[in-house]
Design a protein around this ligand. Sequence first.
Ligand code: ADP
Ligand code: MG
Length: 255
Amino acid sequence: MSKVELKGVYMNYHTLTGETSALSNINLSVETGEFLSIVGPSGCGKSTLLNIIAGLLKPSQGSVMVDREKITGYSPKLGYMFQRDHLFEWLNVMENISLGLKIQHKLNEENKLKIDSLIKKYNLWDFRSHMPSELSGGMRQRTALIRTLSLDPEVLLLDEPFSALDFQTRLKVSDEIYKIIKNEGKTAIMVTHDISEAISTSNRIIVLSKRPANIKKILEVNFGPEHNSPLKRREAPEFRLYFNSIWEELDLNDD
Ligand code: ADP
Ligand code: MG
């Protein structure tokens, strides 16, 4: 079933110096349980697209539907994870994770237990009283993800979630985060400029053109059951074929 649907989405930014056209006629349907990546050159409109799906920005034209209902602002069905983890440095891990529920006045016994179990399951229990500055980059991202998951969204929106990490850490963390998302049965829409990251995590990849972004290509990604995680996928022989086919489509040249 289609979980998220975009119909004829356009976005123009109006500034003092003029108009910037960021998105042009985006039509897209995301299935329940899917891990969809959106790749495109830097500045093409990826974050704009994700912000529109999140209901943080209103499109100039077109609509976004979640479960066939039009999105017009914040929806509890959607959870957002940004490029920077946005942890509050003066709150410890537990306090950071609980904050969303606290703000929504939903930090009841049941939800506290749910948070405890997520923290234990994803190996942060021993660090629950640590401050963010005492954590590795990977632990910070895991904390940010659990904070998002504590609100129990059905769809996770991820904007270049690993790009602030160094390469080695990024491989490990994307593997961990992928497994958590799958384990929790969430639908995911991830924006990235990293082709390998998209291939290693996704079952479908949308390739965007240069700004104003439109959809150049939609690619289905299939790996055998022995390549069932991002790290293992990177070792599959067909990985490079997918890479080349996206590379050819990606418009990375300056004019
Ligand atoms: P990406 O995430 O692919 O790098 P963005 O969606 O952030 O791209 O930006 C797409 C284009 O829209 C860029 O040219 C950017 O400068 C412009 N843009 C983004 N946000 C705004 C804004 N709030 N006001 C005006 N222009 C913006
Ligand atoms: Mg961006």
